[in-house]
Write a protein that binds this ligand. Sequence first.
Ligand SMILES: Nc1ncnc2c1ncn2[C@@H]1O[C@H](COP(=O)(O)OP(=O)(O)OP(=O)(O)O)[C@@H](O)[C@H]1O
Length: 254
Amino acid sequence: MAVLTVQNLAKTFNLGTSRETRVLDDISFEVSGQTFVSIVGPSGCGKSTLLNIISGVEEHTSGEISLTSDDGGATRIGYVFQDPRLLPWRSVMRNMMYVQNDRSETTVARVKRYLEMVGLAKNADFYPGQLSGGMQQRVGIARAFAVEPDLLLMDEPFSHLDAITARGLRTQLQDIWAQSKKTVVFVTHDVVEAVELSDRIIVLQPGGRIYEDISIDLPRPRRQTDPTVATLQAEVLARLEAMKEASRTAGSAA
Ligand SMILES: Nc1ncnc2c1ncn2[C@@H]1O[C@H](COP(=O)(O)OP(=O)(O)OP(=O)(O)O)[C@@H](O)[C@H]1O
């Protein structure tokens, strides 16, 4: 069953005094439960806007969005941003608990389990200022998964980290996802990480239309050193570059 259905979605920003800009145009796709879908595309093609609309932070201009929860109740959406947004005056554990609905033993045990999955159980009493940027982002990811959302939205969560830290976090994200099987929509401009993480990659083109919807049918866990992963990464990257070139040519011909 689809957790997320997006139908003919469009978004136009009104820039005042009769100026407006269309950012998303006729976007339709479905995301089934327990799948990891990435949205990739060049800067400014509307990736974050799409995520903001799905989360309800931004309104859409036309089209339909529907979200379904596993148990038929209210839909829970989790969000991981580029920066972890931890409260500096709360310990790691208290940051994790802050977004939970209750303080029951079950909830505490679940939160600890997710902290364990990102290798930070021993840092539960630390304050964010005592952690590196990568560790803080791991707390942010564990916190989002620990809510056990029906849909987890991730907006370039590794873009502020150095390449080695980002690679380590991608490995951890794959592990935590394999254990939790949450439905994830992940925005990135990085095809390499999209291929490593995703079941599907939706490529947005400038002008905010879907250019391609690519299935990534590779066994997991995937590591960047695996030749089949590297080959597919190169292939998808070449397709993205071809799309950008075609957009540039169309733009200069117009
Ligand atoms: N509140 C707003 N008002 C007007 N225009 C906006 C607003 N928010 C975003 N935009 C415009 O919408 C377009 C898409 O922005 P968005 O941030 O969704 O792109 P993106 O693909 O996520 O880019 P990047 O990869 O650089 O983060 C941009 O041209 C941006 O200037």
